[in-house]
Design a protein around this ligand. Structure first.
Ligand code: URP
Ligand code: ZN
Ligand code: ZN
Ligand code: ZN
Length: 475
């Protein structure tokens, strides 16, 4: 394997910013320092560039059946787009079906991904029910499959939603196994009632998606999940936090010592509810659950990230074409497939709006976009940092290069971009996965067979001792 040296760049990790060269050998970072040129086969000049750990996107939905259709990006297009955007690891949600063995669903997800991913990937596993069979399967899923995060939906009534008993029992099981429970926190029962009431009143346009999912119902579900996690003594991760009410519940629980973590997504940081009112059904492009909120919530989310009350950024990439998919809900907002394309723009949009605009520091950026997810999801220190021995998953990033986000220049396999026309400052130039270029000078040079499945460690392992001061919730 080639011995490569990244020279003259500025290394940025969650902890440090410093100038040094990075020597890569056999896919891992072999040395960091100066005078490492001897016997290298290639020198990559990173003068004026940041050298970041590859982005880790802890929340994607590739080739996922949902809302009567299947997401537009599969593992091939999704992971290529991710790489263009500076992401070198994704963790995708493996859906399960009640009454079917979990192992069957996992096998089906491997089939979607194996040989089709340009970057490394892991899976979270949805839990829709707890019974003897599920409890019997879980230990080997955690220990042998390396799936150490279990997802429970508190919303999507009649589809994915699980009741509180199932959530609590999942927490108890997860705690035993060193797995983390993830929740989509919205009160699905009340939302279901509000949706029916709106439809009965003839309120069918996309904006009613937001109006029937008020933020108080996200706050309520977040608080409920936090209290159940406290009671179970489990570790809880709240996906796609959108609002002040949910942030407040997480912050309060953390103050009380609950082992709770929160993720937000780029769309909630830069878009607001008014997009759902765009004419000609265009509002459907902005239908996410939870929905986009009033603009003031953005400020709350940024503060939560900079103060550590929220810790990660997931894309929640769940792409549907406007034509032929989103339009399933033309006459009924509740039939609009939920989700949007964000895997490619997560990293640079967050850099531009976060670091470039002075809302977060460079080191916080590295932490939120990469390191923290590696730690929480059992991948650190193999992934998530620039350190000797770590995988050479590296983004060479030009902090001054600009790009206007657009469907015209994106690589996601979908017919719109929710951030159309936004100019971001800061762009990945080259991206490496385990020492091999996936993106070189903004061109895809990777291979769809290169991505490897990642077995992740349970959180009580040596990788992530619960007691490390840096990671324990504030007390
Ligand atoms: O609208 C969304 N977020 N779609 C993806 C599925 C989910 O709830 O994460
Ligand atoms: Zn969700
Ligand atoms: Zn502010
Ligand atoms: Zn999602």
């Amino acid at each position: 394997m080639a011995k490569r040296l990244i020279k003259n760049g500025i290394i940025v990790t969650a902890a440090d910013t410093y100038k040094a060269d990075v020597l890569i050998e056999d896919g891992v970072i072999a040395q960091i320092g100066f005078g490492l040129e001897e016997n290298v086969s290639e020198i990559i000049d990173a003068e004026g560039k940041y050298v970041f750990p590859g982005g880790i996107d802890p929340h994607t939905h590739l080739e996922m059946p949902f809302g009567g259709t299947v997401t537009a990006d599969d593992f091939a297009t999704g992971t290529m787009a991710a790489a263009f955007g500076g992401t070198t690891t994704i963790i995708d949600f493996c859906l399960t079906t009640k009454g079917k063995p979990l192992s069957e669903s996992i096998a089906a997800w491997h089939k979607k991904a194996d040989g089709k991913a340009a970057i490394d990937y892991g899976f979270h596993l949805m839990i829709g029910e707890i019974n003897g069979e599920v409890l019997a399967e879980l230990p080997s899923i955690v220990a042998e499959e390396g799936i150490t995060s279990l997802k429970v939906f508190m919303a999507y009534k009649h589809v994915f939603q699980a009741d509180d008993g199932t959530l609590f029992r999942t927490m108890l099981a997860a705690k035993e196994l060193g797995a983390m429970v993830m929740v989509h926190a919205e009160n699905g029962d009340v939302i279901e009632f509000l949706i029916q009431k709106a439809l009965e009143a003839g309120q069918t346009e996309p904006i009613y998606h937001a109006l029937t999912r008020p933020s108080i119902l996200e706050g309520e579900a977040t608080g409920r999940a936090a209290k159940l996690a406290a009671l179970a003594g489990a570790r809880l991760y709240v996906v796609h936090v959108t609002c002040a009410e949910a942030v407040q519940q997480i912050a309060e629980a953390r103050l009380q010592g609950v082992d709770i973590w929160g993720e937000t997504c780029p769309q909630y940081l830069v878009l607001d509810k008014s997009s759902l009112e765009k004419p000609d059904f265009e509002g459907a492009k902005y239908v996410w659950s939870p929905p986009l909120r009033e603009p003031f919530h953005q400020d709350v989310l940024w503060h939560a990230l900079s103060s550590g009350q929220l810790q990660t950024l997931g894309s929640d990439h769940c792409s549907f074409n406007f034509e032929g998919q989103k339009d399933l809900g033309l006459d009924d907002f509740s039939k609009i497939p939920n989700g949007g394309p964000t895997i490619e723009d997560r990293f640079s949009l967050f850099y531009s709006e976060g670091v470039h605009k002075g809302r977060i520091t460079l080191n916080q950026f590295a932490d939120i976009v990469s390191t923290r997810s590696a730690k929480l999801f059992g991948l650190f220190p193999q992934k998530g940092t620039i350190a000797v021995g770590s995988d050479a998953d590296i983004v060479i990033f030009d902090p001054l290069a600009q790009r206007t986000l657009s469907v015209k220049n994106q690589h996601m396999n979908v017919d719109y971009n929710p951030f159309e026309g936004m100019t971001v400052t800061g762009q990945p130039v080259s991206v490496m996965s385990r020492g091999e270029f996936v993106i070189r000078d903004r061109q895809f040079v990777g291979s769809l067979a290169a991505g490897r499945y990642l077995k992740r460690a349970p959180f009580h392992s040596a990788n992530e001792p619960l007691s490390t001061a840096a990671d324990a919730p504030a007390t």
